[in-house]
Design a binder for this molecule. Sequence first.
Ligand code: NAP
Ligand code: ZN
Length: 347
Amino acid sequence: MIETKGYAAMSAGQPLEPFSFSRRDLSPNDILVEILYCGICHSDIHQVKNEWGGATFPLVPGHEIVGRVVRGGSSAKRFSVGDAVGIGCFVDSCGTCDSCREGLQQYCTGGLVWTYNSRDRDGNMTQGGYSRMIVIREDYALKIPENLPLETVAPLLCAGITTYSPLRKFNVGAGTRVGVMGLGGLGHMAVKLASRMGADVTVLSHSPKKAADSRNLGATGFVDTHDAAAVARLSETLDVIIDTISAPHDPNLYLGLLKRDGAMVLVGVPESPLAVHAFSLIGRRRTLTASLIGGLPETQELLDFCGRENIGADVEVIAVSEVNKAYERTLSGDVRYRFVIDMKSLD
Ligand code: NAP
Ligand code: ZN
């Protein structure tokens, strides 16, 4: 076994604390990765608090991982020692179901292995990226554009791909009118990506102080959702809405902003169900749908796109000892726009 250290929640809702544990020895197709940076996703917070149920403890969160290859197994050949790699929300899948064969591993029906809080093939629970070392099958690691600062790449592995995938699915491009609900980690990536694809982007936010930032990120419009008249002025103007809000909210208020045949894509996962009135959809044949991260090929496509277009996340880099404070600040909306942990601070 390979000894490593990280930060874990020892039970639901407890502050994270230093935690030593081991990674499996390398199988022939595995690589050992030294983790350099790991983003803090709101999903980490939901799971540490066990808001979705099913969390097991000790739990080392983290699925926005960038690191360097330290060693390869006997048949590993995709990477060289020293290469920068990315690891996202899953570390293995069955490889044979329809979704895996289509490169949509995130929808694997044969047993997806999440990066943390998941049963690995060897029966042990996986542990995430708030740690120094990780072992992964080489096929599940992504190639990183080396022209971008690595700390700005880490959030692309979840916040980036989770917003890129629905934007691509709904053919967002020049002339598309996109609404982004919630300007946090996912929301700010949605704005950057959609605007770079040529779309006209409006942010719908309950934080009026984010208006100037939203324009710098690429949005042309900003609506404070407390201002009912301003929200109403957007009625039937949007083609696609990406809903990234992490807390319970009323989707009916926003569905009316879609044109006929427009689509709202839920990517945020509040802890309680959203109530949708059929009339919010029927009168204009609107679609309400959802999307989960992205598969390996599309995640690589996103990373290559961001390398070409010089897009990284806006990050605030912290030491791991500041992680509990960063959770509090994320919950209070005080993040511009992703906390990223410098994992060398664990040494
Ligand atoms: P985040 O950085 O905390 O951003 C969430 C944003 O939601 C906030 O910045 C805020 O935006 C808005 N918000 C928060 N509380 C609100 C409230 N009470 N009323 C209205 N708006 C509120 O979180 P994140 O990391 O972007 O994640 C967002 C959600 O996506 C989480 O639920 C996460 O679990 C989920 N997620 C899903 C996937 C997927 O595959 N589908 C992947 C990753 C994350 P404003 O201040 O601008 O209003
Ligand atoms: Zn995430």
